[in-house]
Design a protein around this ligand. Structure first.
Ligand SMILES: [Zn+2]
Length: 175
């Protein structure tokens, strides 16, 4: 592990030096050459670790929002995939069973009789499957819409944690 310390120069600048650089000569912007002291001397110097820690802390509220957006995207993708599957496996009258010519004839006869006709078993099954498909279709569309709303909300609403942090920090007044 190597910590970064700030080595002061006579010009007032502070050079970031790593503990692995102990004994080396580093040039300052002013032209002076500074010798990096040994480890025990280096450890007495100011640590230069404030910047990366601050950057890490600012990142956290975003990852939570990104998680919600990702979840929404998964819901939308899943619903879209299932809707595509549902479309491909949608019931068609001929798919109910492999109909023999005589059965096709009877189905056709049934269909000609109009809406008040007595439904054959194959037709009843077809309508039942169609109903189940419609329920699934509606549910999946609702899930997709919910996923989109979730994504939009996660994108639009700032994380409460980051809001709290922003309030505790001195800031310019918002318009
Ligand atoms: Zn200097």
């Amino acid at each position: 592990m190597s910590a970064t310390h700030l080595l002061p120069c006579v010009c007032g600048r502070k050079l970031p030096v790593s503990t692995t650089q102990a004994g080396e000569v580093v040039p300052c912007e002013c032209g002076a050459s500074l010798t990096v002291p040994n480890l025990s001397e280096l450890s007495k110097l100011e640590l230069a670790s404030a910047a990366p820690a601050g950057r890490k802390r600012r990142k956290r509220p975003w990852s939570k929002r990104q998680g919600w957006i990702l979840l929404g995207a998964f819901v939308v993708a899943g619903a879209a995939g299932l809707l595509a599957f549902l479309y491909l496996t949608r019931p068609r009258l001929a798919d109910i069973e492999s109909l023999r010519p005589i059965q096709v004839w009877s189905v056709w006869q049934d269909l000609r009789r109009g809406p008040d006709r007595n439904l054959s078993l194959a037709e009843q099954r077809f309508l039942e499957m169609l109903g189940i498909h419609r329920v699934w279709q509606t549910a999946l569309l609702a899930a997709a819409v919910a996923g989109i709303i979730l994504m939009a909300l996660a994108y639009a609403i700032p994380d409460p944690q980051s809001l709290h942090r922003a309030d505790s920090r001195p800031r310019e007044p918002r318009i």
